[in-house]
Every structure is written in C-alpha cells, then in structure tokens.
Design a protein around this ligand. Structure first.
Ligand code: CMP
Length: 131
C-alpha cells in the first residue's frame, strides 16, 4: 500500500518504479480513498496501540494506492525494499528512507507474513481484479 503522504507528494510513480526494478510483478493495483471503517478493519491488529487514532486519521485523509505483488520470497523481499517502519532506522536506498516523513507517515505498508498478505490482498481486491 502506498500511503497518503507519498501519493500527496507525487511519489506514486517513483515508488512503483522501485518496486518493478526490484523484480516484483504487479498482479493488481488501484487508487482509492479508505473509509474510517475500512481503515479500522485493515489495521485492527493495532487497535490497542496509542497511535491507532492518529494512524486512522492519516491513512484516510487522502487516497492510497493498493498493490498486489508477486515474486519469490515476496513478503521478506518487499520488507527489505521498504526498510524499517521508522525512516530514521531505515537503510539508505529503501523506499521509506527516500519517501517517508516520519514513523507514522512512512510512505508504504508491506504485509508481514504470507497469511496477512492473503488477507490484505482480499481486503483490497476481488479475485477477478488479480491477474
Ligand atoms: P505499517 O507498516 O503500515 O503498520 C502500522 C502503521 O502504524 C505503521 O506502518 C505506521 O504508519 C504506524 N506506526 C507504527 N508505529 C508508530 C508509532 N510509534 N507512532 C505512530 N505511528 C506508528
């Protein structure tokens, strides 16, 4: 998921280029505005965290771009490409190092397991939209 700050800053294309150049294939893609209830459901796992309310406000403030990606070892390799959640800890050359503003407005989200990737892909896409 490319987050509102990166879309607002006009970095959608640059981020997609990095994703493709790193060998990921795009199986599905859409730009959409998440509703509050979409966002609360997507980030349900974080609902007890102190930053949850701010995260929901941030992720719903303007459109995101959702992508379903394919590659060998996709979850782990994508997490390497995006870098640490906090851009101050992210390695040079990672998407978050280049495009995140701070730990909340961190430009992109990547699934953290194969199971969560399946859930999150189904959250965003109908099966006929995944090619
Ligand atoms: P993401 O990988 O999408 O998963 C949960 C999101 O919560 C995370 O990226 C950040 O956008 C946000 N987040 C995580 N930790 C913090 C924090 N300490 N303060 C504010 N937002 C955070």
């Amino acid at each position: 998921m490319i987050k509102p700050n990166a879309v607002e800053d006009g970095n959608t294309g640059a981020i997609i280029k990095m994703i493709e150049d790193a060998g990921f294939r795009i199986c599905a893609m859409k730009r959409l505005l998440l509703t509050k209830s979409d966002a609360e459901s997507f980030y349900m796992i974080h609902k007890e965290r102190s930053f949850f309310g701010d995260l929901i406000k941030f992720i719903t403030r303007s459109p995101i771009v959702a992508l379903a990606l394919e590659k060998d070892n996709v979850v782990e390799d994508f997490r390497k490409l995006i870098g640490s959640t906090d851009p101050e800890e992210a390695e040079e050359g990672t998407i978050r190092k280049l495009f995140a503003k701070n730990v909340e407005e961190n430009a992109v989200h990547g699934s953290d397991s194969d199971d969560n990737a399946n859930t999150e892909i189904q959250f965003h896409f109908a099966s006929k939209e995944i090619v």
